[in-house]
Design a protein around this ligand. Structure first.
Ligand SMILES: [Fe+2]
Length: 384
């Protein structure tokens, strides 16, 4: 099978007010009745209604599903898909953060494929193409709108299960920074740090290449510049727009070269200790940098430089990692991220998750092989 260098399949609108074009997007796809997926938070903030009222004004009938919850379990996707099937809808609109977009992606999968969503965690299970997904992100974080990943929780094990949905990516993406104005500083910081992790991990996976490197470096630079502005002033439209673009392009990088052990740590920590995904990525990042520096010293140094670390060229991998990790920690501190040491998670409880981390599906894309002992050392580093 050919490994293509770069793919981008989704059609995008990206400008302030873009979500007002939702009806035209539906029509452009040849669709007439959307199944609209969101959560109660997006509804209570009035964000869902801005999009729904644009559909109403255009005379487009739709069905609503407002049952999305954080870290969505498989039964939410399966029941939403059943509701979609019986509604006669011919496309799916996601309004929200990664959880809503992942549920909508799962609904799209089950519109065209049988069974339950967790059946597709096995990549050998064939998946028919799933057109008709329109994603309207309201946070600048997961980049799920441009990624091929679907993260669903298995309630039997409590684990987050990544599903590769190459055939279920968004057909359209609407990036409207006005929908993210006023997002609280804490949520802005956590979701933005997820973007940085996507850029840094995609930059350093075994699948990275010169074309994706260029995008990832620019993403890290823009997050370093614009995330502090978005956190400091929720109404800074330019910062919001740049972060929304970075988040989507980060998702695009995930679709092309994936993440690695930083996200393995984040998925396991997040599922076991209910740490929000972006924060879990941020806690994992310094330990991940220290681990990969022997295999990718130049790239870890570049990430450190972008975050303000200074190097004189004499540093070996360990010192490069230390300086870059310190710069990253300072960056997080400036954004007001609560230190991992204040979460009340013991080093031993975290270390017990080592095998799960080393066996998590992204760990194999790390530029060094991740043994159980390596994973334990990283967990102890995070919660030490
Ligand atoms: Fe992530």
């Amino acid at each position: 099978m050919l490994k293509f260098t770069l793919m981008q399949r989704s059609k995008m609108l990206a400008f302030p007010g873009a979500s007002s074009k939702i009806a035209e997007v539906v029509s452009d796809g040849g669709y007439s009745k959307p199944f609209v997926v969101f959560d109660k938070g997006v509804k209570s903030l009035g964000i869902a209604d801005r999009v729904l009222s644009a559909l109403r004004s255009a005379g487009i009938a739709f069905e609503e599903f407002s049952g999305v919850v954080p870290d969505p379990p498989c039964d939410v996707v399966d029941s939403a898909a059943a509701a979609c099937r019986s509604s006669g809808c011919d496309c799916v609109i996601a309004i929200g953060g990664g959880s809503s977009i992942d549920v909508a992606k799962g609904v799209s999968v089950l519109r065209f494929n049988g069974g339950g969503i967790l059946d597709y965690a096995d990549p050998s299970v064939p998946m028919a193409r799933c057109p008709g997904l329109i994603s309207v992100p309201t946070t600048a974080g997961t980049g799920s709108e441009l990624s091929n990943g679907i993260i669903i929780t298995d309630p039997r094990t409590g684990s987050k299960v990544p599903i590769v949905g190459d055939k279920a990516m968004s057909e359209y993406v609407i990036l409207d920074p006005e929908l993210t104005l006023g997002m609280p500083p804490g949520l802005t910081a956590m979701t933005g740090l997820d973007v940085f992790s996507h850029a840094l991990e995609a930059y350093t996976t075994v699948l990275a290449g010169p074309m994706t490197d260029i995008v990832c470096e620019k993403l890290m630079q823009d997050v370093a510049e614009f995330l502090p502005r978005a956190v400091a002033d929720g109404g800074d439209l330019e910062a919001r727009q740049r972060m929304l673009c970075c988040a989507s392009l980060g998702g695009w990088m995930l679709a092309n070269c994936c993440a690695h052990v930083g996200h393995s740590l984040a998925h396991v920590i997040g599922a076991r200790f209910h740490v929000p995904h972006g924060a879990a990525c941020a806690y994992a990042c310094p330990a991940m940098m220290r681990f990969i520096a022997p295999a990718a010293p130049e790239k870890v140094r570049r990430a450190g430089e972008i975050l303000g670390a200074r190097f004189d060229g004499s540093e070996g991998p360990a010192e490069i990692a230390e300086k870059s990790a310190e710069a990253y920690s300072r960056f997080c501190e400036g954004l007001g991220l609560q230190p991992a040491s204040e979460l009340g998670i013991s080093r031993d409880a975290a270390a017990a998750l080592a095998r799960e981390v080393s066996e998590e599906c992204f760990a194999g894309l790390t530029p060094r092989k991740v043994s159980e002992a390596d994973a334990r050392a990283m967990l102890e580093d995070v919660f030490g």
